[in-house]
Ligand binder design. Structure first.
Ligand code: HH2
Length: 258
């Protein structure tokens, strides 16, 4: 899953694809490089970020979706029913909601009605507060229990279980140690029986383990190691910024495990 942030402020690529023509070219490049899906987002959820209005989010993503959603496999990274509805009408196939259907009461119905794929992600708190001293007794068990409940909720409102994937939400209310533990103990989330998404790409835990306690991003080589580690533990969807390099790394990991 290639990351396409049409935002001025995303934590690692903010501003890069704010012009629709740049975003459209990047989306096409990601698919050419081997992405199975491009995740288009118009709102940053980096630690400390404030939410944007529906109009602003639509203004950012609509021109990109109009150009590519009918042509490429697209997921819309949004928590807003209004954005999801427009994206699905333009041909997006999946809704990636970092709030796992908790933010907008209308989103579940929009996904169910469209027969779209759905990604449910774990987050502790909100982007504004989530990195303020996150605590768990057992991070893997608590994240899995949350995802199990959200999965049951989504199925209950009419989203077929076979269209749903689960994501422990790397960096969303977790310390670096908790993020690494979630990948180490991915079997706890995999036990829920759905495909697991991991988005470790460029995240600050990668910079921190390399020795910078104030890192806000992580380098490419560390991102590739995280993707391979997650793949080896059973993740089947890797959400990444650097598609070509990740496809190359995963090709080798796959050749070894096959
Ligand atoms: N991470 C980000 C955004 N959306 N969705 C899922 N399912 N999993 C993730 O790990 C995930 C996500 C944050 O990364 P990015 O999009 O690069 O940054 P920003 O939120 O600042 O736009």
């Amino acid at each position: 899953m290639g990351v396409m942030n049409v935002t001025p402020d995303s934590f690692s690529d903010g501003g890069e694809n704010l012009r629709p023509e740049d975003a459209i070219a990047s989306a096409r490049r990601m698919v050419a490089e081997g992405a199975a899906i491009v995740d288009v987002g118009g709102e940053s959820t980096r630690p400390g970020s404030e939410s944007v209005s529906l109009d602003e989010e639509l203004r950012r993503v609509e021109p990109v979706l109009e150009a590519v959603a009918g042509e490429l496999p697209v997921s819309i990274d949004t928590s807003k029913a209004g954005v999801a509805r427009r994206a699905l009408a333009l041909g997006a196939e999946m809704v990636n909601d970092v709030t796992a259907l908790r933010a907008d009461p209308e989103l579940a119905g929009v996904v169910a009605e469209a027969g779209a794929y759905l990604c449910l992600m774990h987050m502790l708190g909100t982007p504004r507060t989530m990195q303020v001293d996150p605590r768990y007794d057992d991070v893997a068990a608590e994240v899995a229990a949350f995802l199990e409940e959200r999965l049951a909720f989504a199925v209950g409102v009419g989203v077929p279980e076979e269209l749903i994937c689960l994501d422990p939400g790397i960096g969303f209310g977790k310390t670096a140690e908790q993020n690494f533990e979630l990948v180490r103990r991915l079997d706890v989330v995999l036990a829920l029986g759905r495909p697991v998404v991991i988005g470790f790409s460029r995240k600050s835990s990668l910079g921190r383990i390399l020795g910078d306690p104030d890192a806000t991003t992580g380098p490419l080589a560390a991102s590739l190691a995280a993707a391979v580690a997650a793949y080896e533990r059973g993740a089947t969807i890797l959400r990444v910024h650097d598609v070509r390099e990740t496809v190359e790394a995963l090709a080798v990991a796959k050749a070894v495990t096959a």
